[in-house]
Design a protein around this ligand. Structure first.
Ligand code: NAP
Length: 260
């Protein structure tokens, strides 16, 4: 018996990286999972790789759905499809993300709008569409991906603003949705080895392994993080064991925040 038997979870940006790790963890623990990502074929491919089994609560089914989380109509259509195809919606993980790093004087309007649009507007649109189902059934779990960069990071004015915005967003969701059986929390990862951090290495012209080793050397626990580290925290915050925790931001960073 898994912690998420009979539950339906949505993970945005779940076709790769951290989102894929979270989707796998939920599926391993019994949830039916909808992976939402820009490219429906990639989302479907990732959904097809998830574990599924027959349980007392029924057969797990997974689905991959093309969705741009920054577009209202796309979000509404995707949430409608999740409920139509998987029968309900209990857990939402707002994970989809992009970076458009630049020093402020070089940051374009598009760099700003893109990053705020995907992270902050995306989390807002997805949560607004999902809350209708959560409130009706008096049950729901929201986890949003923040970042240690919320505390400030050179070249990431757009990303830091979005990621600190996420922290204020979940605090407010905690207040508004708590009376309806809904919790909302954020996870703020440190350096996690994914395509996103590999792209940063490429941008500054450093080999990926060297870039990861430098991050590990700076970290109190002397390693980088992996998607499984974030998936474990997401699974806890979305479990019923965490029903008295809401509006919080959990830093999952090996202690990076302590020494920055
Ligand atoms: P990633 O490997 O770049 O994956 C991001 C995923 O989001 C991709 O599948 C991407 O799709 C999807 N996506 C982008 N824009 C989207 C949109 N408008 N609608 C739907 N999906 C969209 O990133 P990651 O490293 O796994 O990061 C996941 C989350 O953790 C992000 O919110 C990120 O900011 C946060 N985070 C990451 C780290 C880290 O060190 N990696 C640290 C702190 C926080 P495509 O493949 O089509 O582009």
């Amino acid at each position: 018996m898994g912690r998420f038997d009979g539950r339906v979870a949505v993970v945005t940006g779940g076709a790769r990286g951290i989102g894929r790790g979270i989707a796998s963890r939920f599926a391993d623990e019994g949830a039916s999972v909808a992976i939402l990502d820009l490219d429906e074929a990639q989302a479907a491919e990732a959904a097809g790789q998830l574990a599924s089994s027959d349980s007392a609560d029924g057969t797990q089914r997974h689905v991959g759905i093309g969705c741009d989380v920054s577009e209202t109509a796309s979000v509404q259509a995707a949430v409608d499809r999740v409920v139509a195809e998987l029968g309900a919606l209990h857990i939402l993980v707002n994970n989809a993300g992009v970076t458009r790093d630049n020093l402020l004087f070089k940051m374009s309007d598009d760099d700003w709008d893109m990053v705020i649009g995907v992270h902050l507007r995306g989390a807002f649109l997805m949560t607004r569409a999902a809350q209708k189902h959560f409130v009706e059934q008096k049950y729901g779990k929201v986890v949003c991906l923040s970042s240690v960069s919320a505390l400030g990071n050179r070249g990431q004015a757009n990303y830091a603003a979005a990621k600190m915005g996420i922290q204020g967003f979940v605090r407010t969701l905690g207040i508004e949705l708590g009376p309806f059986g809904v919790t909302a929390n954020a996870i703020a990862p440190g350096f996690i080895a994914t395509d996103m951090t590999d792209a940063t290495a490429a941008r500054i012209g450093m080999p990926v392994e060297e870039f990861r080793q430098a991050a590990a050397d700076r970290n109190p626990v002397r390693r980088v993080g992996y998607p499984d580290d974030i998936a474990a925290a997401a699974a806890f915050l979305c479990s019923d064991e965490a029903s008295y925790i809401t509006g919080q931001t959990l830093y999952v960073d090996g202690g990076a925040k302590l020494v920055s």
